[in-house]
Design a protein around this ligand. Structure first.
Ligand code: FNR
Ligand code: LAC
Length: 363
């Protein structure tokens, strides 16, 4: 082994393997697991591989521009850190470490309502990084409003309302390990914290009766633009437009909610076609390579989010590990722009992809 083992880790898959070895069964099961038979979890990754790239040559790619415009703001690249709960399960430095990694790389970090470290603490610890707040609307709308206000006061730039978790999915790995974790922003509302609570206890706080009219209320009440996270159909894309959303995140929650739903990659084109000219469409799920980011843009997304990869980086090497994972994906993305003859991320379109010729052979 070399003196610095992280030098051996050159791809997201390397971090996944290393994290598997470092994390205990409880944390690894929570982070890497999915719902039921994990068919959607696996398909989220496989779906990007069912698209082939159609590169163009001789267009001059000595300099490529990975920048994109998102909610009307120019950003250096189209990669965001997805909201993931309880990041201290992966590493003692948790959210603060990921906030550092994000700030160092100009990456927007989405901080979860169920973050181990509360929204205000993250913002104070790492003041200079772009951040969005992911909202779980609680049945107690007073608490919900407090969370929204705290995000705005602490410099969060957008509100991501997650709508695909009215109830928790069938998560057998979590059931088998009786996981315990706590969430900084909402600890006070979660009952007896001294005995330790599990994700399921927090789930009980989330409103299963949330409706489109609530999205409209949040959009009207909050000074921040609202994105709806967790839609998979063009119908819901149109309803997001009708109810005042500034963006949608096409997502199946990393395959953690309902097994056998379609992947983000497969859901994206219809949604982008229906509403891509009226609001910003983002996508997540299974992004593990720079080519996956490029394919998402080609299908009509403005940006992508990564969940597990950054947690694997965090588990392996704290802030540095998380940063390295982001840098690997960004370097691969720029490489893919150059090798497909795409000088600017903003100019990528569907001409760049086709259904992969090898998909039928494999099935
Ligand atoms: C999540 N996800 C999630 N989403 C959300 O809106 N709020 C949350 O608190 C969480 N928590 C969470 C925890 C863990 C451990 C994971 C893996 C995921 C879903 C997340 O935002 C995102 O949609 C997926 O993780 C994207 O898929 P990949 O990149 O993990 O394949
Ligand atoms: C999860 C939550 C908290 O997926 O959304 O575990």
């Amino acid at each position: 082994m070399s003196a610095d083992p992280s030098r051996q880790l050159v791809a997201v898959a390397d971090y996944e393997r290393a994290a598997t070895e470092m994390l205990d069964e409880v944390a690894f099961g929570y982070i890497s697991g999915g719902a039921a038979d994990e068919i959607t979890l696996r398909d989220n990754v496989a779906a990007w591989g069912r698209l082939a790239l159609r590169p163009r040559m001789l267009v001059g790619v000595g300099r490529v521009d990975p920048g994109v415009r998102l909610l009307g703001v120019d950003r250096p690249h189209p990669l965001l850190v997805a909201p993931t709960a309880f990041q201290r399960l992966a590493h003692a430095d948790g959210e603060i470490a990921i906030a550092r990694a994000a700030a160092e790389t100009g990456t927007i970090m989405c901080v979860s309502t169920l973050a181990s470290t509360g929204v205000a603490t993250v913002a104070q610890a790492v003041p200079d990084g772009p951040r969005w707040f992911q909202l779980y609307a609680f049945s107690d709308r007073g608490v919900t409003r407090e969370l929204m206000a705290s995000a705005a006061e602490n410099g969060y730039e957008a509100l991501v309302v997650t709508v695909d978790r009215p109830v928790i999915g069938v998560r057998e790995r979590e059931l088998r390990t009786s996981i315990r974790a706590s969430a900084g922003s909402v600890q006070a509302f979660s009952g007896d914290a001294s005995r330790g609570v599990g994700p399921a206890d927090y789930s009980a706080l989330i409103d299963p009766n949330l409706r489109w009219s609530d999205i409209e209320t949040f959009a009207a009440d909050s000074p921040l633009p609202v994105l709806v996270k967790g839609i998979l159909t063009a119908q819901d894309g149109r309803l997001a437009v009708a109810h005042g959303a500034a963006g949608v995140i096409v997502s199946n929650h990393g395959g953690r909610q309902l097994d056998t739903v379609l992947s983000g990659a497969d859901a994206l084109p219809a949604i982008a076609d229906a509403v891509g000219d009226q609001l910003d469409v983002l996508v997540d799920g299974g992004i593990r390579r720079g080519t996956d980011i490029l394919k998402a843009l080609a299908l009509g997304a403005r940006a992508v989010l990564i969940g597990r990869p950054v947690l694997w980086g965090l588990a392996v090497g704290g802030a540095e590990g998380a940063q390295r994972v982001i840098e690997i994906l960004l370097a691969e993305f720029e490489n893919a722009l150059a090798l497909t003859g795409s000088p600017a991320a903003g100019g990528v379109d569907r001409e760049l992809i086709m259904p992969a010729p090898w998909r039928r052979a494999r099935q």
